[in-house]
Design a protein around this ligand. Structure first.
Ligand code: FEO
Ligand code: CA
Ligand code: CA
Length: 620
């Protein structure tokens, strides 16, 4: 496969090329059995009334008052297939910041519709392909931290390069256009604006100096020719979803980091390289111009990526910290909550077909205003096991349970998870915790490659492929996130009722009016409603007929209702959601748009948009 062909692959296709997975999926089979046993089309997943039918007690705390309070305050919109954004009547939107927009006045005018951003200004502008983001407040100042997950080389590089970096300078340009942007925004009464030259403004990218803590920091796995200490790291990569700590810092999650490594010569074939998809050639060509990304020269550099990295967005001079205690895998996001006894709990998904859902539990306790020392470096990592009877348990990853030294459990978390029998999942994307009760949701986006496998279709296993995805949720025992057992069910099984009346139609809360595929980004607003963003097939054809462009929907956890709130421009996914401090403006990420959105000419520009109600009421 040529370089140019590789860069056109989706991450899922890239994963499959690097590390083909078995065609069957345990979790999908569990889901199908659970649904069919309870009558898939018989109201089981119509939550509310379904809660009684299920008899699991899972939703027993639901009250009609909660449901009343959670009523949607907008008229759902239709699907769209155009190159524009659509929001409900009574709402406004605008672009807050686009790829190439200046963070500093010296970069004003740097972006050109024909050539993009010059390398000299590439770390002074907003990065490409926006993703997870969070809001921070410092006195009168509002600061956003926003991920730029990856670059599209064809858009960033000169046309003559044909989408493949041809020099060290071009590699530097690509490195700078990804990572994290920290920027101050100001309320101008019209969806906010970026404060150019704010002292908070900062770009963190693939070359930024950072450190690591926890058991794997400084271990032999972290040592390279360039850094024999294993403690002086550089770069945070493929920053996908996000999280916010209880103490007000930003968590950025390194997902498909493997895609940035390649080999210019012979290299050791390691078992973990295969499991993590490391090897061959990179679509970014970094390895051709920088030995750090060449596994034939620096075989350990990949172990220094794939972590959750903490950034203090209110201190532009702070050094980011990679927390090895939270494990190394393709981190989607990091949802932090607190156990009943005050310990810190972080829920995390590993987004690849057949990988796991994780939980980190600190040894120490967090108290507001107290020390945070050790809270993300000293604790236990767990993987989830979803039992067929809709119970589940968190399996600890320890030397005793895995037979692996602790630093290897963390560097090779996937192998540790396999050793204890974690449940393989349909690509875990964002995890979101309900703000009002101990209930956690995880988007399982899809598992499109099961088709044609040896697993026979039958009544108990009606879905040969899972092209639409589902959202699983669990409630910890005793409403305590520190508990080691939970009960689970499905909030929604996406599908297409226009085409199907079997398992592919989706759960009963899916209708022809609200259908979607591939749930991915998720966040709860303060009113206890679940915002669901999609990253799926927007062809509006075949299995996806009637589903239109990618979208953002609002779900009521109590009634199961789901309503479409926003549609993205064709080609884009919707990912990343945060709010202004007064919750009157929502900031929504629009990644990899097609056409020439939003400028109407030149290159497509990923962007964060602001959405607000015309009457000034709360949006979240
Ligand atoms: Fe970056 Fe799994 O999405
Ligand atoms: Ca995602
Ligand atoms: Ca996705």
């Amino acid at each position: 496969m040529k370089d140019k062909d590789i860069i056109r692959l989706s991450w899922d296709e890239f994963d499959e090329m690097r590390d083909p997975r078995p065609a069957t999926n345990d979790f999908d089979a569990v889901v199908e059995r659970a649904i069919s046993r309870r009558g898939f089309l018989g109201g089981v997943l119509a939550f509310g009334s379904g809660a009684a039918v299920m008899g699991t007690g899972l939703l027993s705390s639901t009250t009609s008052a909660q449901a009343q309070a959670a009523a949607f305050r907008f008229t759902p919109i239709d699907i769209a297939t155009d190159h524009d954004i659509h929001v409900p009547e009574g709402y406004q939107w605008k672009v807050l910041v686009r790829w190439g927009d200046p963070l500093f006045s010296e970069a004003e005018g740097a972006y050109s519709p024909e050539t993009g951003v010059p390398v000299g200004m590439s770390d002074k502008v907003f990065g490409e392909n926006t993703d997870g983001m969070e809001t921070f407040v410092d006195g009168d100042h509002t600061v956003l931290a926003i991920n730029s997950e990856y670059v599209n080389p064809e858009i960033n590089l000169p046309a003559a390069s044909e989408g493949v970096a041809k020099s060290a300078e071009e590699v530097t340009l690509l490195k700078h256009m990804q990572g994290v942007t920290v920027m101050e925004i100001a309320d101008n009464g019209n969806g906010y604006e970026v404060v150019v030259d704010s002292p908070y403004n900062r770009r963190i990218h693939h070359e930024t100096e950072m450190v690591a803590d926890g058991p794997a920091a400084g271990s032999d796995w972290f040592k390279t020719d360039a850094d024999p200490t294993g403690l002086a790291l550089r770069g945070t990569m493929n920053n996908c979803g996000s999280g916010k700590t209880l103490w007000g810092t930003y968590l950025t999650c390194e997902e498909n980091f493997n895609g940035f490594f390649g080999a210019t010569g012979a290299h050791e074939e390691r078992e973990d390289y295969a499991r993590y998809g490391i090897g061959g050639e990179s679509p970014y060509a970094y390895e051709k111009f920088d030995a750090r990304f060449d596994i034939s020269q620096e075989p350990n550099e990949p172990y220094r990526h794939g972590w959750v990295t903490e950034i203090d967005p209110l201190d532009a001079a702070s050094t980011p910290v990679k927390h090895t205690a939270l494990g190394r895998f393709k981190h989607e996001n990091a949802e932090m909550v607190q156990a009943a006894d005050g310990r810190v709990v972080v829920y995390m998904g590993d987004d690849e077909r057949g990988e796991f859902i994780y939980r980190f539990v600190s040894n120490g306790v967090y108290e507001e205003g107290g020390s945070t020392e050790g809270l993300l470096s000293d604790g236990t990592l767990f993987v989830a096991k979803f039992n067929d009877d809709m119970t589940g348990e968190w399996l600890p990853l320890t030397p005793e349970t895995t037979g692996m030294p602790v630093e290897e459990i963390l560097v090779f978390s996937r192998m540790a998870g396999s050793k204890v029998g974690a449940t393989t999942m349909d690509r875990p994307e964002w995890v979101a915790a309900h703000p009002g009760r101990s209930e956690v949701y995880c988007a399982l986006t899809n598992n499109s490659k099961r088709g044609g496998d040896a697993m026979p279709v039958n009544a108990a296993n009606p879905r040969e492929t899972n092209e639409y995805g589902q959202i699983v949720r669990w409630r910890p025992e005793g409403e305590d996130h520190g508990a080691d057992t939970f009960t689970w069910d499905l909030y929604v099984m996406a599908g297409n009722p226009k085409l199907h009346d079997d398992a592919y139609r989706g759960s009963e809360n899916i209708t022809e009016g609200n259908m979607f595929n591939s749930p991915d980004g998720m966040a709860f607003s303060s009113d206890g409603l679940l915002w669901i963003q999609t990253d799926g097939d927007d062809s509006n054809e075949g299995e996806f007929e009637g589903q239109g462009n990618n979208q953002m929907l609002l779900g009521n956890p109590d009634t199961g209702e789901i309503a479409r709130f926003l549609t993205a421009p064709k080609g884009a996914e919707v990912t990343g959601l945060t709010w202004s401090p007064d919750r009157k403006v929502a900031f929504v990420g629009i990644q990899h748009p097609g056409g020439s959105w939003p400028d109407g000419e030149g290159k497509p520009r990923s962007a964060v948009i602001a959405v607000w109600r015309e009457d000034g009421a709360l949006i979240g």
